[in-house]
Design a protein around this ligand. Structure first.
Ligand code: NAP
Length: 260
């Protein structure tokens, strides 16, 4: 039955950056489809996310770690596995942005963004996929794991004043394809979602700039900024067995931005 294909009953998802913005919306969406959630958090606890997940009748656990320190990544997966016997779904959502003219951009801002957005994403994916392969269910039970990277419109476009962010998000799309090529035969689905302009902390500087904010809105065919809930359908699809034959794609959820 097709509705059953979208169910995440009995699955556990690890969501990075789960305390805020898109991560919170994604966690709530996965719980609504039946998954328990381990929320990876950094500076603040994910109290609102916990409330959303528990309101959906699912269990929520927190695992703390700094993805700006790639050496801490293995410990993050270990603490996630303290709460759940198996991670079935990994959502690499945590990300940061630094804004400055290309000519003034510092190595510190380059490294900080690349470490969180790409290096830790690579390391956490590698560790989680090893675990998924080692604990893979029988072939008759379908997928052995789902990995979803949160990419960006700057996986396709150059952007302006965000060199490390653009490089990292282009890297995320490339890594999505590479991982799919190597892991599809192991029944691991690797895909990405490219959100358009969403009203979160990540885009606060743009929202606060009246000229940029108006220019952005004028270019969005849907004529509104995205809300975290707008990502839930795409995430549940890519996390569920409905997408078992979908590998290596980056799905834009952008109100039509890329069609302009
Ligand atoms: P956000 O609210 O700023 O969320 C970013 C999350 O990443 C926060 O929960 C943050 O936790 C976590 N994080 C940052 N540094 C971390 C670190 N060193 N270790 C562990 N976690 C860390 O912004 P958002 O918009 O929801 O962004 C989520 C993802 O969507 C990012 O990858 C972003 O690039 C992507 N995205 C956003 C948009 C948009 O329009 N909003 C568009 C395209 C792509 P702390 O606050 O505790 O550090």
């Amino acid at each position: 039955m097709i509705s059953k294909s979208f169910s995440l009953e009995g699955k556990t998802a690890l969501v990075t950056g789960a305390a805020t913005g898109l991560g919170r919306g994604i966690a709530a969406g996965l719980a609504g489809a039946g998954a328990d959630v381990v929320g990876a958090v950094h500076r603040k606890p994910a109290n609102e996310t916990r409330a959303d997940v528990e309101a959906a009748g699912r269990r929520f656990f927190e695992a703390r770690g700094d993805l700006g320190d790639p050496s801490s990544v293995p410990k993050l997966l270990t603490s996630a596995l303290d709460h759940a016997p198996r991670i079935d779904i990994l959502i690499n959502n945590a990300g940061i942005i630094r804004r400055s003219d290309f000519l003034d951009f510092t190595v510190a801002d380059w490294d900080a963004v690349m470490d969180v957005n790409l290096k830790s994403l690579f390391l956490l994916s590698q560790a989680a996929v090893k675990h998924m392969v080692e604990t893979a269910p029988d072939e008759a039970d379908g997928s052995a794991g789902k990995v979803i990277h949160i990419a960006s419109l700057l996986s396709y476009q150059g952007g302006i004043r965000v060199p490390s962010y653009t490089a990292s998000k282009h890297g995320v799309q490339g890594l999505t394809r590479l991982m799919a090529n190597e892991l599809a035969a192991k029944r691991i689905n690797v895909n990405a979602i490219a959100p358009g302009y969403f009203a979160t902390d990540n885009t606060q500087a743009l929202q606060d700039d009246p000229i940029r904010s108006r220019q952005i809105l004028e270019r969005i065919p849907a004529a509104r900024w995205g809300q975290p809930e707008d990502l839930q359908g795409a995430t549940v699809f890519l996390a569920s067995s409905a997408s078992d034959y979908v590998h290596g794609t980056t799905l834009a959820v952008d109100g039509g931005w890329m069609a302009r």
